[in-house]
Design a protein around this ligand. Structure first.
Ligand code: WTA
Length: 650
């Protein structure tokens, strides 16, 4: 079957930053002479306090992995996102804030105001003894203060780590402890979809498991009653009024860490992905501009949460580095009803809109009635990220939101990559529904044979996706564990960065991401390690063993399927199922709640005791014909049992 191809929209030809020829020319230079390409980009796009003399110094050899860009340059990220824009943009809106409740008036925070807020918050942090290199946890609602906090850290050289507000106290405590944070910045409550998450209460619970030196800075956002510990808790807004409205920037080395962001892997606890200052910012700025074809004066809306990398790069750093107007939305797509996204787009005349396939599918399920009646004519580009987009969702987005006239950029990237890696550029790339298309500048994707690790040179092929050489936005290390960094990304396929995804390349050289090839699952675009959910389950007193796999889910993309073996003497029941669901919610957070729990008297194991996940995946998918060889199992009869139980679940 021939794939549908959509040529670049006519409106873009001649107006976009790059057309097809320019893309080819720039791409070629970016990979044949990365020093010239990135050196020029960094000089042009960033302000330097001390210029760099060296562009790229990177090594993917196992045992010597090291990634450095512009390493002797000195700069400051907050200066690049705020101060340098002031002469031209002091009165331009930097952050456009749309609250959860549609009745609450939107806020237009100008670059001038952003400067003052960030300076004041920087001074509050300094007054708490936060110094260059110290870690600050940000556990916040989607409010401007979250962005102020990130930028204040950048201003004074502290390293922030944003923890998604949907995570539980335990998950928060683990992150505070892993990075040795000095301060947690939180808020009283996070309103979302008409409900409120008690962030301060969660933080109180988390801090019981942390050093008593950790300070708690609280933004009083909803004004609801909260408990207060004198001497530990600080009222951020009140303090911001008392400190000076200006704060000098701290000159930082290009390679100083800007932030840590925890993400799930296939084994063990979440790892702290470390991103640099200059390389990350340059890559964020460049991808935001080119991928969305952002032009001065446009209103840009990335609908992600700042708790994920997408929010870091495309709500805060990329747009602000470009002097853009970035929309920050506190709410959810389906509240008060499934027209909320479209209402916000109409209200603020949004030009570029970026969301996830899971949101599109959820809205698609509500019918087109919620779209009709809104004026979406301001839109120029639509984006998607987080998981492969199925053709139904792509077509729905294209027909109903893009009205068949807008480019859709399906952007493949990861927390580890800092910014887009494989993506169409409007005006340059013909798109095919379901394909992330072609690499961004400087990115050299390769398809490897999963068994031999050899690079497949035929254009049309299938295998695992890896990247041949470094790009400035690449993560630098795992916080506190460089060995884990090397082992996770550089040991399976020597000499490459291994992304963990499978992919297909078609005859036109287009990349089609087929999903994770490791034990990471993608639930509503949220990355989840199956091992994390398993260890939460087995921490329950009644659970002897658990195995977790992903299975196809209509809206979420993948759902969480848990096989649970109970302790001797424990009986399966609906009540116990509820209890386990609640347990996982409190151990990790609501996003980790199993969608299906199957009681398993036994799990399929090899004679050496290794759980055969391949079999469990197939059973969860209701695909019993392709179980493969089960003769190596210690007790093949458990499989029959599991299949019987699976069938009962429908
Ligand atoms: C998946 C989110 C297909 C992929 C930015 C990757 C995608 C993981 C796409 C990273 C896409 C992300 N098409 N799959 N356009 N975008 N993925 O770290 O499996 O939360 O490895 O970063 O999401 O998820 P993460």
């Amino acid at each position: 079957m021939k794939d549908m191809t959509y040529p670049p929209a006519e409106d873009f030809v001649g107006h976009a930053h790059v057309d097809a020829d320019r893309y080819a020319e720039m791409y070629k230079q970016s990979v044949t002479d990365p020093d010239a390409f990135w050196g020029a980009a960094a000089r042009e796009r960033l302000d330097w306090i001390e210029p760099f003399t060296r562009v790229k110094d990177t090594n993917f050899t196992l045992g010597e992995v090291s990634v450095k860009w512009f390493e002797d340059g000195v700069m400051n990220v907050a200066h690049n996102c705020i101060d340098r824009h002031l002469p031209a943009r002091a009165d331009q809106t930097a952050i456009l804030f749309e609250a959860d409740d549609p009745e609450t008036p939107a806020l237009h925070i100008t670059y001038g105001e952003l400067h003052e807020k960030v300076c004041r918050l920087s001074n509050v942090l300094l007054a708490q003894g936060v110094m260059r290199g110290d870690r600050v946890i940000i556990y916040m609602p989607m409010i401007p203060e979250a962005a102020y906090a990130m930028l204040a850290c950048a201003r004074i050289g502290a390293i922030h780590s944003v923890v998604f507000a949907g995570f539980s106290p335990d998950a928060l405590a683990n992150r505070v402890n892993d990075c040795g944070a000095k301060v947690v910045i939180t808020a009283d409550h996070a309103p979302r979809g008409g409900r409120r998450t008690p962030l301060k209460a969660n933080t109180d619970a988390a801090l019981l498991h942390c050093s008593d030196k950790v300070r708690c800075l609280v933004v009083k956002h909803t004004g609801d009653q909260i408990s207060w510990i004198d001497g530990r808790d600080v009222d951020v807004k009140a303090m911001m009024e008392q400190v000076a409205p200006d704060c000098p920037i701290r000159p930082m080395n290009a390679e100083d860490p800007l932030f840590i962001l925890y993400t799930s892997g296939s084994t063990g606890k979440p790892k702290g992905v470390v991103h640099s200052s200059a390389g990350y910012l340059l890559y964020a700025a460049m991808t935001q501009q080119y991928t969305f074809d952002y032009h001065d004066g446009d209103v840009f809306w990335c609908g992600a949460d700042v708790g994920w990398v997408t929010g870091h790069t495309y709500i805060v750093y990329g747009p602000l580095a470009n002097g853009a107007t970035t929309l920050m939305f506190e709410g959810v797509p389906t509240w008060p009803d499934a027209g909320r996204f479209w209402q916000v787009i109409e209200k603020h005349k949004v030009n570029q809109f970026y969301t996830a396939p899971t949101a599109i599918r959820a809205l698609m399920g509500q019918g087109t009635g919620f779209v009709e009646g809104y004026d979406l004519s301001s839109l120029k580009v639509l984006g998607t990220v987080g998981e492969p987009i199925n053709p139904e969702a792509w077509n729905w987005y294209n027909d109903n939101i893009g009205k068949g006239r807008l480019p859709i950029v399906d952007t493949w990237w990861q927390t580890e990559t800092g910014g887009h890696m494989i993506t169409p550029l409007p005006g340059a790339t013909a798109t095919k529904p379901g394909s992330a298309t072609l690499p961004f500048f400087g990115v050299q994707p390769v398809v490897l044979d999963p068994q031999s690790g050899a690079e497949i040179t035929e254009t049309a092929c299938e295998g695992v996706l890896a990247i041949k050489d470094s790009w400035p936005g690449q993560m630098r290390t795992v916080w506190g564990d460089h060995e884990r960094f090397e082992k996770t990304y550089f040991s399976d396929y020597k000499g490459y960065y291994f992304a963990g995804d499978g992919c297909r390349r078609d005859g036109d050289g287009y990349y089609w991401i087929t999903g994770r090839v490791d034990d990471v699952i993608n639930v509503s675009g949220h990355r989840m390690g199956t091992a994390e959910v398993e260890s939460a389950l087995v921490a329950h007193a009644k659970v002897a063993e658990a195995a977790v796999v992903g299975y196809p889910h209509e809206v979420k993309g993948q759902g969480i399927y848990a096989y649970v073996t109970l302790m001797n003497g424990e009986e399966p029941s609906d009540a116990l199922q509820k209890e386990l669901e609640t347990w996982v919610r409190t151990e990790i957070g609501p996003i980790a709640k199993p969608d299906l729990i199957q009681w398993a008297p036994g799990l399929p194991k090899t004679r050496s005791g290794k759980i055969m996940r391949r079999i469990l995946r197939k059973i969860a998918e209701n695909d019993y014909g392709a179980l493969g060889d089960i003769s190596t199992l210690a007790d093949p009869s458990v499989v029959e049992d599991l299949i019987e139980n699976r069938k009962n679940k429908g």
